[in-house]
Write a protein that binds this ligand. Structure first.
Ligand code: ADP
Length: 168
């Protein structure tokens, strides 16, 4: 598997699957989630509503992942995963690692070869970028997957440089 880095907007990535840093409600939010729904159009929210009406009536648990259409995005699927809120009191790294592992498991089910990830939990959920990058890179490297390219899409230069250092 190739791990690549891009500085930019995840909604512009022509990949098989784009991972959304969603919240448990699957009903949209700010950050990456807001951008994906804005650019992807109403089909994504419609698919999320169907998930809530079915198997995910209680919401998507933290650390799990589920796929929907990518709507108008230049991708085939959006894989929604719920990162943990960072806590100084409790080590939740296993949940953050699980987001990457479970997203890649769902990608395998879809037979997606290329997958773009944002820096999950580093926005509204408050995870320090360097620690999040360490966990993300380790989880992706350890994953047993048929995915051929994992692309980390970082929104700004600071985040890009942190990931670059971790990959080096
Ligand atoms: P979380 O709730 O998991 O913290 P956020 O969406 O708030 O998720 O932020 C996750 C990371 O994604 C942050 O580092 C943020 O700067 C970045 N981000 C926000 N919008 C985009 C975008 N359109 N493409 C890529 N990364 C983005």
């Amino acid at each position: 598997m190739n791990i690549t880095l891009v500085k930019g907007d995840i909604t512009a990535q022509p990949v098989d699957a784009v991972v959304n840093a969603a919240n448990s409600s699957l009903m949209g939010g700010g950050g990456v989630d807001g951008a994906i729904h804005r650019r992807g159009g109403p089909d994504i929210l419609r698919a999320c509503r169907e998930l809530r009406a079915g198997h995910y009536g209680g919401g998507l648990p933290t650390g799990q992942a589920v796929a929907t259409t990518a709507g108008l995005l230049p991708a085939r699927w959006v894989i929604h995963t719920v990162g943990p809120v960072h806590s100084a009191a409790e080590d939740r790294s296993h949940l953050l690692a699980s987001c990457y592992r479970e997203s890649l498991r769902v990608a395998d089910e879809l037979e997606a070869a290329t997958v773009a990830f944002p820096a999950i939990s580093t926005g509204i959920y408050g995870w320090p970028m360097d620690d999040a990058a360490r966990i993300a890179v380790a989880a992706v490297r350890a994953a047993e997957t048929s995915v051929t390219e994992v692309r980390f899409v970082l929104f700004d230069s600071a985040a890009y440089e942190v990931f670059e250092a971790r990959l080096g």
